[in-house]
Design a protein around this ligand. Structure first.
Ligand SMILES: O=P(O)(O)OC[C@H]1O[C@](O)(COP(=O)(O)O)[C@@H](O)[C@@H]1O
Ligand SMILES: [Mg+2]
Ligand SMILES: [Mg+2]
Length: 357
């Protein structure tokens, strides 16, 4: 049962209630407020589109700027990154931050501004998710995750961020679509806030989101089908077989190609989102990034009663080995994620080397 709050509850009031309930401390509450404010600014920039000159590639003609992922950066990738950097540099709650758009993490002490207040937290973010949709006016978003800076570490480096998803204190995404919606967890349920553009505040619109356990809707980039591994081929073929197949029901498909928007649909009505390993991204370990895409989404989905897996194990138990590490992703309705994982386990059992002796 997803509860619609009776009286308007602002994000600020909601976070104070969470603090009173002992779910987060004052500095973490203020950190969330700083990130939310940055998302408001990004929402305004995204909303301006061509009017604001924010569409298209960053860099100059013939000299596109390329990020650590080897991807050409969009202007809004850079703008969103700068907005989040600036807002959090002065926020006073961070020891350091890391971004999809930056090769390495940045300790607060490296911001070149004397006397910047230092905090206890590490912030990771994908400043603009769904970059391929920016120029075509399709929903994009921001994804973020907060970890604690390890005790005794004055100047955090990349290795201090390599904590499993179970160590996350806060996770959220903000989707910039017809509405601007912030979806947040501090480890006690997942809740949605809609930006009231007239008053400029995020207002609680769904408390304790519950993702339906079962679904008849899947999201995957089907154009990669020929590159998939056998268990993924079998899983999707059985979905496509519908009523006549082993699953005994018809499935519908959606693919927005903005993870935030595909996941938000699942938060709202259920479904499964997957970006499996395929021959094209195998060498990199997957397409999507563990630290600032898969882990925060996994925390949000699990807190909403769903599940998140690599196809072979719980996403949030993956021990990270790199800041920009990529992983296969299956998340959403619990029953369906378990079904997809079942195909992978069955395949691994069937192809396992017989034990000698
Ligand atoms: O282009 P594809 O293969 O459909 O991939 C789409 C996926 O790539 C992403 O755009 C990657 O994220 P970024 O836009 O932040 O790089 C996801 O949002 C989305 O789910
Ligand atoms: Mg992304
Ligand atoms: Mg991005």
């Amino acid at each position: 049962m997803t509860a619609r709050p009776s009286t308007p509850c602002s994000l600020t009031r909601f976070l104070i209630e969470e603090q009173r309930a002992g779910h987060l401390g004052p500095d973490l509450r203020l950190l969330v407020e700083v990130v939310a404010r940055a998302c408001k600014s990004i929402s305004i920039a995204v909303g301006k589109g061509a009017l604001g000159g924010v569409l298209g590639e960053a860099g100059s003609p013939g000299a596109a700027s390329v990020n650590v992922q080897g991807e050409a950066q969009k202007k809004l990738d850079v703008i969103a990154n700068d907005v989040l950097m600036e807002a959090n540099a002065w926020g006073g709650h961070l020891a350091g931050l890391a971004s999809e758009e930056m090769d390495h993490s940045q300790p607060i002490t490296d911001f070149g501004v004397d006397g910047l207040p230092r905090g206890d937290y590490l912030l990771l973010f994908d400043p603009l998710d769904g970059s391929s949709n920016i120029d075509v006016n399709v929903s994009v978003g921001t994804i973020f995750s907060v970890l604690r800076c390890p005790e005794g570490v004055a100047v955090p480096a990349d290795e201090h961020y390599l904590q499993p998803g179970t160590e996350q204190l806060v996770a959220g995404y903000c989707v910039y679509g017809p509405q601007t919606t912030l979806v947040l967890t501090v480890g006690h349920g997942t809740h949605a806030f809609t930006l009231d553009r007239e008053i400029g505040s995020f207002i609680l619109t769904t408390r304790n989101i519950r993702i339906p356990e079962q679904t008849a809707e899947f999201a995957v980039n089907m154009s990669n089908q020929r590159h998939w591994q056998p268990p993924m081929q079998a899983y999707i073929n059985d979905l496509l077989a519908g009523k006549t197949g082993p699953r005994g029901k018809d499935f519908n498909m959606r693919w927005i190609a903005s993870m935030v928007a595909d996941v938000h649909r699942i938060m709202t009505r259920g479904g499964i989102f997957s970006y499996p390993l395929d021959a094209k991204c195998e060498a990199k370990g997957g397409k999507l990034r563990l630290m600032y895409e898969a882990n925060p989404m996994a925390f949000l989905v699990e807190q909403a009663g769903g599940a998140a897996s690599t196809g072979r194990g719980r996403m949030m138990e993956v021990q990270p080995t790199g800041l920009h590490q990529r992983v296969p992703v299956f998340l959403g309705s619990k029953g369906e994620v378990e079904a997809a994982v079942g195909y992978h386990h069955a395949h691994d059992r069937a192809t396992a080397e017989p034990v000698a002796g």
